[in-house]
Design a protein around this ligand. Structure first.
Ligand SMILES: [Zn+2]
Length: 486
């Protein structure tokens, strides 16, 4: 997954063939690709990323990373650009910025950080690469021949995803080719890019209220671990972001000039890490890890470790033990929606549907915006065959969050169960649309308008939406064609 993403990202960055003057590194306004072109490439790549099984759509983890990223972005100097943050299930230590404003973090990176300021430091560094438009300049100095072959590689990777075995061999070849090119160091960020991302990153970090020393300590530790061969293989992060002794010394002197700051980790950071840890390796390993963490903590047991243990026990289907542990953290300071979500899931696991619905309803009163609770209740009602309730609940939520793709996906399931085929395809179309897949959205709307005996108003509304999305798809296809992406 990671290699494929890097291949896509790097190739996509190298596609333009129309540029005339090469930009000066110091001037971010004079970039090679226009904003719109970057977005077109970024959206194309993200369409592939979102359907990859390694893409994490857990609402707690993804909402946490989004809020961390947006807090940092809010501290950046203007002009800012919207950036989407996401997490990829991958043990390899890596973080990467895709062209068009997308930043991906591997779970392996999140686990390697020792505090939130370290994580924020890596994210601030990636944000800086995007704000300084480094990717669209990466092609500086590339000859036309290389550009053409890289464009071909990107196309091969994009075209052959997830189909026949023959085409997956093509994908493999493309990945190997792209990696080989990256190995030569041509496509990595340059030292100047790194210096700039460090400088901008540290100032973002400080202004956002994190400890700027976090950035230095994380990079230092990564370099040390790499020197001592502590990683299974050298993290590609170190290859794409060349880390030198000078870079670390530069960061250190910059940070030393700032007032030291002790910033406690947020509860959300601790919970997200525990959740990722609990899902890593086998359930037995995860249980052992958290039991070990809690072994000599009989009085003050960190809630995140108990939480991680409960998730690991649930993975092992030891529901009774999981509930017993969870009951120790559901009340008092620090109790919250994450624990209630887990409690409701455990009740549902054991067939106690009514209690689970009650737990969801009570928790949603206090935390109406928690997406885990919102989806959890819908899923439970669907699984229990309580279709009418599920439909009512989802309609209420769609009115509140009309941009939430997951809600439409659940809605489509509910309408399917109710036998309402027009509404089923219509809802799925909206889910695809919000995930940037216009072609699939149009397909669904075509199916919706073909359902016989439909309500007149529902049908004309679906037809109007179909016309609208068809014309958007046309515009998108033109833009992709111009960039040789389709
Ligand atoms: Zn970098």
């Amino acid at each position: 997954m990671m290699r494929r993403l890097v291949a896509l990202a790097v190739c996509a960055a190298l596609l333009p063939v129309h540029a005339q003057g090469l930009p000066d590194l110091g001037d971010s306004s004079d970039a090679v690709l226009s904003d719109k072109q970057e977005r077109t490439i970024g959206n194309r790549v993200m369409r592939e990323v979102r359907i990859d099984p390694a893409f994490i759509d857990d609402p707690e983890i993804s909402d946490y990373v989004k809020s961390l990223g947006n807090r940092l972005l809010g501290a950046a100097e203007a002009p800012r650009r919207p950036i989407e943050f996401f997490v990829v299930q991958d043990d390899a230590v890596n973080a990467f910025a895709l062209i068009g404003g997308h930043i991906g973090l591997h779970t392996g990176l999140l686990l390697l950080t020792r505090n939130e300021s370290e994580l924020a430091g890596v994210v601030a560094h990636e944000i800086s690469h995007i704000l300084q438009r480094h990717q669209s300049r990466l092609y500086q100095g590339q000859g036309k021949y290389q550009l053409a072959s890289l464009a071909a590689l990107a196309l091969a990777v994009l075209a052959s995803r997830g189909s026949s075995s023959q085409s997956s061999q093509v994908t493999e070849a493309a990945i190997v080719g792209a990696s080989a090119i990256m190995m030569q160091g041509q496509l990595d960020y340059t030292r100047e890019h790194e210096r700039e991302a460090d400088r901008v990153g540290v100032s973002i970090l400080e202004r956002a209220g994190y400890d700027p020393r976090g950035m230095v300590s994380f990079f230092e530790r990564m370099q040390r671990a790499n020197r001592l061969n502590e990683f299974k293989s050298a993290p590609s992060y170190l290859r794409t972001h060349p880390l030198t002794v000078e870079r670390i010394a530069d960061m250190q002197s910059r940070v030393e000039a700032m007032a030291p700051k002790l910033v406690p980790d947020s509860f959300e950071y601790r919970l997200a890490r525990a959740k990722i840890r609990a899902a890593t390796g086998s359930s037995t390993e995860a249980i052992a890890y958290f039991r070990d963490q809690l072994a000599d903590r009989t009085v003050l047991r960190p809630r995140e470790d108990v939480y991680g243990l409960v998730i690991a026990l649930r993975r092992a289907r030891d529901f009774a033990a999981a509930e017993k542990e969870l009951s120790t953290i559901r009340t008092g300071e620090g109790a919250g929606p994450a624990f209630e979500w887990l409690a409701a899931q455990l009740q549902a696991d054991q067939g106690r549907t009514d209690s689970a619905v009650e737990t969801y309803r009570a928790a949603l009163k206090a935390h109406p915006r928690h997406r885990g609770l919102v989806y959890g209740l819908a899923l439970l009602l669907l699984d229990a065959g309580r279709t009418a309730e599920a439909i009512a609940w989802l309609e209420e939520r769609v009115r509140l969050s009309p941009d939430d793709a997951k809600l439409y996906e659940l809605q489509s399931r509910a309408y399917t169960a109710a036998g309402n085929r027009l509404a089923q395809h219509r809802a799925l179309a909206e889910a695809y649309y919000l995930r940037g897949n216009l072609a699939a959205a149009v397909d669904q709307l075509e199916l919706a308008t073909q359902v016989r005996g439909s309500d007149f108003y529902a049908l004309s509304s679906a037809e109007a939406r179909l016309r609208e999305l068809r014309s958007r798809l046309e515009v998108e296809r033109e833009a992709e064609k111009a960039l040789k992406l389709s």
